[in-house]
Design a protein around this ligand. Structure first.
Ligand code: HEM
Length: 140
């Protein structure tokens, strides 16, 4: 019973984390196109708040997953779980890189185009697709 509550919490928190992973790079698209300093400051404020929110939400989201894996023992020694952990590491790296890009924007040192951010914005879609298929279909 407790396991199902934690799993439900895991899914809700992961969905909230992804709201940030999807929307923060979208703000970067707008930042890369904006030349008005006042508008840039407004976008930067939004980006900073969103990054703080998604970092705070990622911690319990991943902790619930770790609990299901290490304490309950779901997926131990199974290929889908190992593959999922690989995807999770990539998503954490993506998250950290978003933080690095944010500090570059804050220092006025962005060098990338809005087109680059549009492509960058698609990467978490692949991560979510892979993670959900791995836990639900468990193909191996
Ligand atoms: C440290 C990271 C994570 C660990 C250790 C972890 C572990 C787990 C475990 C053990 C389950 C239970 C699977 C089952 O009952 O068959 C689960 C469920 C789930 N996880 Fe994660 N997870 C993590 C991160 C993520 C991420 C990043 C996503 C992104 C999409 C995700 C999506 C899901 C979903 C959708 C379920 C529900 C599957 C079902 O219907 O049973 N998890 N997770």
């Amino acid at each position: 019973m407790l396991m199902l509550w934690v799993k439900a919490l895991h899914i809700v928190l992961i969905a909230s984390w992804f709201a940030g992973l999807f929307y923060l790079p979208r703000i970067y698209v707008n930042l890369a196109m904006e030349s008005d300093p006042a508008a840039q400051q407004r976008l930067l404020l939004m980006a900073r708040k969103l990054f703080r929110f998604m970092t705070m939400i990622a911690v319990p989201a991943l902790a619930c997953g770790l609990w299901l894996w290490l304490v309950v023992g779901i997926g131990q020694g199974q290929g889908w779980m190992q593959a999922k952990l690989g995807v999770v590491i990539l998503l954490i790296a993506y998250h950290a890189y978003c933080g690095r890009l944010l500090s570059l924007f804050e220092q006025g040192r962005n060098t990338r185009s809005h087109k680059w951010y549009r492509w960058f914005n698609e990467l978490p879609v692949l991560g979510m697709l892979a993670a959900v298929v791995l836990v639900v279909v468990k193909p191996f």
